[in-house]
Design a protein around this ligand. Structure first.
Ligand SMILES: Cc1cc2nc3c(=O)[nH]c(=O)nc-3n(C[C@H](O)[C@H](O)[C@H](O)COP(=O)(O)O)c2cc1C
Length: 407
């Protein structure tokens, strides 16, 4: 997979497989990429920095407090910050159980772990360790945390390990690791030139001055899409209801509260967009009359008369241009495929991301999702449970293909 030359940071940690990182370095360099190696203190007990320095033609970073030579400085900033800002990907191979734990918990006590926190570049981690360490509940939990955060974990291979035991824990083939890094880099600018209009979060419909009708959407899925599209080179506009989290940086966000406000904001920016992704959980009903004063409990049983809110997607359907890609979400509790296909047809969508919100690990306010992608030609793709950021990338991968077919 050929990409323009990129800057990659290769973190090497203290395991037997550290020597294999030299081969990974060469594979990445063979593709024309510039690789900066960073070694933990333990890694240097297994292989000398000189090996990587000789292969990469660059000083290996081994110490957070060491002064960066004047001739290597590109600006006045501190080295871990300047490396963090200029890299396109950070790959850690091999990654020890110790480093996995530090990454999962945000511990930053050496150059590599500080860099992992300071960079916004994608993180790809290839663990390698003894089978019992790999299967330990602590490691399992740390891996799950990292995956949920969108870190790409390259599963270790199964076989005879350096310790003599047999099982999972052997560093994945370096060719597989290199391919994963290259795939991540290839994604990076594949949406350049696209303008994404993405809705996120819930909407709230007032009942009285203090109460509203709402739903459990956190905004995580919409913002994951915004972050992924931004990382891949798109200009991103989000229209967000009151989400539980902050929008990603680099993304323009219009904040709204009600469905009506969301509809106005979306229609206002519709003509600019080349792709529209409706990930917000829009309220379906609003109060026919909003009480001017707080409704008092003392009045006893309360009947609220509700009416449907505006159908934002329906309004887009009649206005959108044929070259604009249109994606809807369907959060269902029953008949997932049937409902998704009906939505796809009635709203003339290119793609529906359908999920059964009653499944564990899917739906509202969690970091993961289990989705089925349903396409306009009737085809569908059921995806396994994955982080919302990973799912966002899967959706964007499909949009890249749809765009290619359309031009
Ligand atoms: C001979 C030897 C081999 C080791 N191999 C591994 C390994 O493959 N995976 C691992 O997670 N830890 C391994 N360890 C333990 C790590 O070196 C140790 O946890 C260290 O603190 C890791 O530091 P780092 O994560 O900063 O590199 C090994 C230790 C020794 C002495």
């Amino acid at each position: 997979m050929a990409t323009s030359p990129k800057r990659i940071a290769l973190g090497v940690t203290g395991g037997i497989a550290a020597y294999k990182a030299a081969e990974l370095l060469r594979l990445l360099q063979d593709q024309g990429h510039e690789v900066q190696v960073i070694m933990t203190e333990s890694a240097q007990r297994f292989i000398a920095p000189l090996t990587f320095a000789a292969l990469s033609g660059r000083r290996v970073i081994t110490d957070m407090f060491e002064d960066q030579p004047e001739c290597e400085r590109e600006d006045d900033s501190i080295e871990h910050i300047s490396v963090a800002q200029r890299i396109d990907a950070l790959v850690i191979a091999p990654a020890t159980a110790n480093t996995l734990a530090k990454l999962a918990h945000g511990i930053a006590d050496d150059f590599l772990t500080v860099l992992a926190l300071a960079t916004r570049a994608p993180l790809i981690v290839a663990p390698a360790m003894n089978v019992n360490m790999w299967e330990h509940a602590a490691t399992r939990a740390n891996v799950a945390t990292l995956k949920a955060r969108g870190v790409r974990i390259i599963q270790p291979d199964t076989g005879i390990l350096a310790c003599g035991m047999t099982g999972a824990g052997r560093l994945a083939d370096v060719g597989v690791i290199a391919d994963a890094v290259l795939a991540e880099l290839a994604r990076q600018q594949d949406l350049r030139g696209e303008i994404f209009l993405i809705t996120a979060g819930p909407t709230r419909e007032p009942v009285d001055p203090v109460r509203y009708l709402g739903n459990r959407s956190s905004g995580k899925m919409g913002f994951a899409l915004a972050e992924a599209a931004h990382r891949r080179g798109a200009r991103v506009l989000t229209v967000s209801g009151p989400a539980a989290i902050e929008p990603p940086s680099g993304v323009e966000t219009v904040r709204v509260e009600t469905t009506d406000q969301m509809a106005e904001a979306v229609l206002d920016r519709l003509s600019e967009a080349t792709a529209i992704v409706m990930a917000a959980a829009v309220a379906d009903y609003q109060a026919v009359e909003v009480a001017r004063s707080k409704i008092k409990k003392e009045q006893g049983a309360l009947t609220l008369m509700l009416e449907p809110t505006r159908d934002i997607l329906g309004e887009i359907t009649v206005r959108h241009q044929p070259n604009q890609l249109l994606v809807g979400f369907a959060a269902e509790t029953d008949d997932l495929l049937e409902n998704a296909r009906a939505k796809l047809r009635s709203k003339r969508l290119d793609l529906v991301v359908a999920n059964n919100v009653t499944q564990e690990g899917a739906g509202f306010d969690v970091d993961t999702n289990i989705a089925t992608l349903v396409f306009a030609d009737g085809d569908y793709k059921a995806l396994p449970r994955m982080s919302k950021l990973e799912l966002a990338h899967c959706v964007l991968d499909e949009l890249v293909k749809l765009r290619l077919n359309r031009t």
